[in-house]
Design a protein around this ligand. Structure first.
Ligand code: SF4
Length: 99
């Protein structure tokens, strides 16, 4: 299951730098994966590109964006349920490695 950022977001961008998959983008900015650009998911507030969110599986024990959000604006996306295996496969596909 990917996470999503709700309207409670205050655009502090604390989560953006914490995401191991670089899945978090400022409002209105297009997101990219493997050199392909995609339209912004939100023009209103910081957002998560769900195709790049792995719930931090394989990197951390808990979602980093949830942990740092001061306004509890990050929730599980009920429309994007994924198993741990699917999330690990997604991580492989993204190919991010922690520096
Ligand atoms: Fe990034 Fe982890 Fe938050 Fe997903 S749960 S957006 S991978 S920090």
């Amino acid at each position: 299951m990917a996470y999503l950022i709700t309207d409670e977001c205050i655009d502090c961008n604390a989560c953006e730098i914490e995401c191991p998959n670089n899945a978090i983008y400022p409002a209105g900015e297009s997101w990219e994966l493997h050199g392909e650009e995609h339209p912004a998911v939100s023009d209103e507030h910081t957002y998560i590109a769900y195709d790049k969110c792995t719930e931090c599986i394989g990197f951390y024990d808990e979602p980093q964006c949830v942990a740092v959000c001061p306004s509890e604006a990050v929730i599980k996306d009920p429309e994007r349920v994924e198993t741990e295996e699917e999330l690990l496969a997604k991580k492989e596909k993204i190919g991010t490695v922690l520096k």
